[in-house]
Ligand binder design. Structure first.
Ligand SMILES: Nc1ncnc2c1ncn2[C@@H]1O[C@H](COP(=O)(O)OP(=O)(O)OP(=O)(O)O)[C@@H](O)[C@H]1O
Ligand SMILES: [Mg+2]
Length: 233
């Protein structure tokens, strides 16, 4: 579904991504792991059209070179950004409606927002409240629901479990598994390595802008790099 080849992202003199290849097959969860500053968010920013890049990004057989973020959303790629980036001063409903705004007419948007509120009861309860007043876990659910408003076929998730209590982390991973079961393909950036390896089909470890380890989750879990650096063995 997604094929990325020789991807490079640079910010002035900083080369954040230095020739990255990755593929995500339809229906898969692929985990993209790596230390702080490895280039994970930059990779997702490139795929979403939010960063300048060179190389190849092909989605469903179509190159994304030169596509605007809006066109990429319409093509079926959604982003749950790092740090959630909800609009704190807007209500929960307004946040949801904005998530599908480039994609569907108002009547359809309201229908989708109603479905999201059925799926996430906390969002229904808080729909008239400012989104910034919700807890971190609730805001994460809103960020995911907002991305789902555009009905993506491929969802890019940037550290959705970061900073959340263990119980909430479990809820986020359960949700990721159910999205996959509903047919959404997922590229998951995470620092929770054990839970990501548990849920994903394939995994890649990014180090200084390049892939250092790749394979099935079992292969990556057994690799020395991951054993030493992330699983604490
Ligand atoms: N807008 C920017 N301008 C300049 N440099 C940037 C910008 N965004 C990221 N970088 C740099 O690019 C490199 C990769 O950053 P990136 O955010 O992609 O890493 P990451 O793997 O997502 O890290 P983290 O785990 O901390 O989120 C880092 O050296 C970072 O400082
Ligand atoms: Mg990041």
């Amino acid at each position: 579904m997604l094929d990325v080849a020789s991807l490079k992202v640079r910010y002035g003199a900083i080369e954040a991504v230095r020739g990255l290849d990755l593929s995500v097959g339809k229906g898969e969860i692929v985990a993209l792991l790596g230390a702080n500053g490895a280039g994970k968010s930059s990779t997702l920013a490139a795929i979403s059209g939010l960063a300048h890049w060179s190389g190849e990004i092909v989605f469903d057989g179509q190159s994304l070179q030169g596509h605007s973020p809006e066109a990429i959303t319409r093509a079926g790629i959604g982003l749950v950004p790092e740090g959630r980036r909800i609009f704190a001063g807007l209500t929960v409903s307004e946040n949801l409606l904005l998530g599908g705004a480039v994609h569907a007419p108002p009547v359809e948007l309201r229908r989708r927002a109603a479905r999201m509120q059925e799926r996430f009861p906390i969002l229904a309860e808080r729909r008239h409240q400012k989104a910034g007043l919700m807890s971190g876990g609730e805001q994460q659910m809103l960020a995911i629901a907002r991305a789902l408003m555009a009905e993506p076929r491929l969802l890019l998730m940037d550290e959705p479990s970061l900073g959340l209590a263990p119980q909430v982390v479990e809820a986020v991973f359960d949700l990721i598994a159910s999205l996959r079961d509903e047919g959404i393909t997922i590229l998951l950036v995470e620092q929770n390595v054990p839970m990501s390896l548990d849920i994903a089909d394939h995994a890649l470890v990014l180090a200084q802008g390049q892939i250092s380890v790749r394979g099935t989750t079992k292969e990556v879990a057994e690799s020395q790099a991951v054993q030493g650096a992330y699983l604490g063995h």
